[in-house]
Design a binder for this molecule. Sequence first.
Ligand code: GUN
Length: 310
Amino acid sequence: MNSDAPTPSARIIDGRASAARIRARVARAVETLKREHDLVPGLTVVIVGDDPASHVYVRQKGEQTREAGMVSDTIRLDADTPEDELLRLIARLNADARVHGILVQLPLPAHMNADAVIAAIDPAKDVDGFHVQNAGRLSVGLPAMVPCTPLGCRILLEETLGDLSGLEAVVVGRSNIVGKPMAQLLLASHCTVTIAHSRSRDLPALCRRADILVAAVGRPEMIRGDWISPGACVIDVGINRVPTRDPELAAQGKTRLVGDVAFDEALSVAGHITPVPGGVGPMTIACLLMNTVTAAARAHGLDPEAILAD
Ligand code: GUN
């Protein structure tokens, strides 16, 4: 045995277990809404086109929505559906009191303008939290629908570290879906926040400052072990499909999932780390279910925090 080999020290953050606890809490909240308020939360997911990965995600969303006791509807549109037909559908869903949450699965076909489609969704039903009104409300600290993936990341961080006040957080990636709202949530939790991205100078040095490192770049294993400060908490949002390590299997087209962090290297440096799969991934749908309950409660003048309290 090579005695110089680094020993794994990081604790693995179990996103599957955390997501299961959230789903159970959502199911209890749904029971309360039904029993005490005669209210059944409903989520409608719209998918346009035939991207196989998107169809897998949408099926999982429908299954988990039903398992939590809510009404799930999935509307599948052909890839060549005109944008104004989608906008008319959204207007109909906005006006339907049984629909509390609307999610249009991204990416949309190239002939559609995703910004215009998101803008058409009633902000109160925007369970993705992508509408500019929700992004603005989040940034000024007003109650908002919060994007599901960053919300899930913050829950994992708080479960792992407790109070985040004063910690140095570095978010790598500046997307509207993850990077920017993640930074807002960490700021609201009193972290000192840096948003790094592909044009940042000396990315490794920036990452080494982090007590909390959130990787959301979509590049397989880009963040190396020596970019991580000893003991840091690493949240890996990336889900990248790459060829398997075994060249024979890789030649047969076999793939495996990796994150944006070189996991094996990070294990011997980080204090805590999310695995891929089984880390952030399961939290996204759990938070979508939570947002749907939040939207339903608010639509009926109820306090979502009280409804979702354990
Ligand atoms: N495509 C990949 N992730 C997401 C998500 O969180 N919401 C939507 N609407 N589309 C996605």
